[in-house]
Write a protein that binds this ligand. Structure first.
Ligand code: ATP
Ligand code: MG
Length: 282
């Protein structure tokens, strides 16, 4: 669950990026966040990841009041999230398998669990054949599938995607959203920022428009092409993948040492890699 109560963000220098925003996204929802460049979308995402703090108001994510969250509790909080970025942020020196396993390793998950869980999420995103490929051997759409598998591997309650289709071909964008929809069908809440109006029109659902730091529109609309969604196929693929892996243990929250600085390490590694690649950043 995500809740913003009268949230404002003013950056140093005086830019009011969000102005008294209130918003609630329930568990299991899928919501698109749209709005023009500079409207405040990424600012909202950064608030939800606790990369920045609200200047005023209350931000609650997955039961954590972020306005009051102590620094040492941030890693524990971020374990309840998965992130997908526009520029993929895969580590070039690691294979698909390693890019995903890395997240669980930082969490000190048992090796036996990693060996079951990683192939499972790779099969969910349809990349079994690319398990041992390196990122530069993959298409943009495939890279983003790896990033989605990485976001999923820790079984998060919420996946936050900031322009996940921004760097891939338009026709592949539909596949990425279909994949996210399929994941949402399994119960994961998804918040996706996008500039692509065609995509939003096609899929429909809850659409939140931020303009000049304010929510000017928040409605559920019917997609123009909802009847041709291959979600059924995807649900079937997920079920098949689950069946093949039916005997692996699900993570138990006490399996992890809460003092492990999980996401901070992962994000640091991912961010510096993106910088090395000269990856697109806003
Ligand atoms: N670190 C920062 N310091 C100062 N101002 C910032 C900072 N980050 C963003 N801004 C400003 O805050 C406003 C909102 O920016 P934000 O990145 O949230 O927009 P956005 O909706 O994500 O835009 P885009 O679609 O281009 O990614 C903009 O005016 C931007 O210039
Ligand atoms: Mg942005």
């Amino acid at each position: 669950m995500v809740e913003l109560q009268n949230v404002s963000v003013t950056y140093a220098g005086g830019v009011d990026a969000l102005n008294n925003v209130s918003l609630k996204i329930n568990d299991g929802d899928f919501a698109f966040v749209v709005g023009s460049s500079g409207a405040g979308k990424s600012t909202m995402i950064k608030l939800l990841l606790k990369e920045i703090d609200a200047t005023s108001g209350v931000v609650t994510v997955n039961g954590y009041n972020l306005s009051k969250l102590k620094k040492r509790k941030i890693p524990e909080f971020r374990r309840t999230l998965g992130f997908v970025f526009q520029d993929f942020r895969l580590i070039p020196s690691m294979t698909v398998y390693e890019n995903i396993a890395f997240v669980l390793r930082v969490l000190d998950a048992p090796l036996k669990y990693i060996r079951k869980r990683v192939p499972y999420v790779i099969s969910l995103v349809g990349l079994h054949a690319k398990t041992n490929s390196y990122p530069d051997e993959l298409s943009g759409g495939e890279k983003q599938r790896v990033a989605i598998a990485r976001a999923l591997v820790n079984d998060p309650q919420l996946i936050i995607a900031d322009e996940p289709t921004g760097n891939i071909d338009p026709e592949l964008s539909y596949e990425i959203v279909e994949l996210l929809k399929g994941i949402n069908d399994q119960g994961t809440t998804i918040l996706m920022v996008t500039h692509e109006h065609d995509l939003v029109r096609h899929f429909g659902g809850r659409i939140i428009n931020i303009t000049n730091g304010e929510i000017v529109y928040d409605e559920v609309v019917t997609g123009t092409n909802s009847e041709i969604l291959p979600e059924v196929e995807l649900a079937q693929a997920m079920e098949n993948a689950a069946r093949q892996n039916h005997n692996y243990p699900m993570p138990e929250s006490d399996m992890y040492d809460n003092s492990t600085p999980y996401v901070d390490d992962v994000i640091a590694a991912i961010t510096s890699t993106a910088a090395n690649q000269g990856g697109a950043e806003e």
